[in-house]
Design a protein around this ligand. Structure first.
Ligand code: ADP
Ligand code: MG
Length: 207
């Protein structure tokens, strides 16, 4: 399998007033296209910081990051934003959906933001992939937690990312919804999508 992500000795230090936190210290990690891996560790160990760097939401202070073979640490903001919006899908513990907006319109948003234009068919296809064809017109405040996370997954898929980064995606869900969401994520991985999941849930990491 081809290497998709190759980070070498990446460090990140946060300075807040007189406090200095070394969130990441010379972390190296290699992820191959098509893999599904989990990141586990205690709270505060730098998992979200690493996800933000992997997804180009933040930059390392030191080290190298090659994405699909391309060195990215020297790229300007514009190029990074383009890679982020076209190549990376994110989901979070809190779903970050617009509340009084339909599932379909939530899914369309990344297309609109990245300038690709709203392709309704594509949004419907992504909602079908997460098993929500029957909830297209429901607003997010009319959906269960598990359904909201699946809308968020559909939204993450709409620009055809190379990788899905999931930061504690099941953290706010009950047992049944956790299983539904994990099934969707595993199905996507079986179709070839590379997946990184941060989790506290041993059941999730075991999968
Ligand atoms: P995790 O996701 O594993 O719980 P984080 O990556 O969120 O850990 O945080 C790692 C460490 O960095 C923590 O000690 C946290 O307090 C600190 N930290 C995270 N983000 C910031 C920030 N934006 N500013 C300052 N400190 C931060
Ligand atoms: Mg975190």
């Amino acid at each position: 399998m081809e290497t998709l992500i190759d980070i070498r000795k990446v460090s990140k230090t946060y300075i807040t007033g007189s406090f200095k936190v070394e969130a990441l210290k010379e972390v190296s990690l290699n992820i191959k296209a098509g893999e599904m891996i989990s990141l586990v560790g205690p709270s505060g160990s730098g998992k979200s910081t690493l996800m933000h760097i992997l997804g180009f939401l933040d930059r390392p202070d030191a080290g190298e990051y090659y994405f699909a073979g391309h060195p990215t640490t020297s790229l300007g903001e514009g190029r990074l934003a383009a890679i982020r919006s076209r190549m990376v899908g994110f989901i979070f513990q809190s779903f970050h959906l617009l509340k009084r907006t339909t599932a379909k319109d939530n899914v369309l948003l990344p297309m609109v933001y990245s300038g690709l234009g709203a392709d309704s068919q594509k949004a419907l296809e992504c909602l079908r992939l997460v098993g929500l064809s029957d909830r297209v017109k429901h607003r997010s405040n009319e959906l269960s937690g598990g359904q909201c996370q699946r809308v968020a997954i559909a939204r993450a898929l709409v620009n055809d990312p190379l990788i899905l980064l999931a930061d504690e995606p099941t953290g706010n869900l009950d047992a049944k919804s956790r299983q539904e969401v994990m099934k969707v994520i595993k199905d996507l991985n079986n179709r070839g999508l590379t997946v990184v999941i941060v989790t506290h849930d041993e059941e999730v990491s075991a999968q």
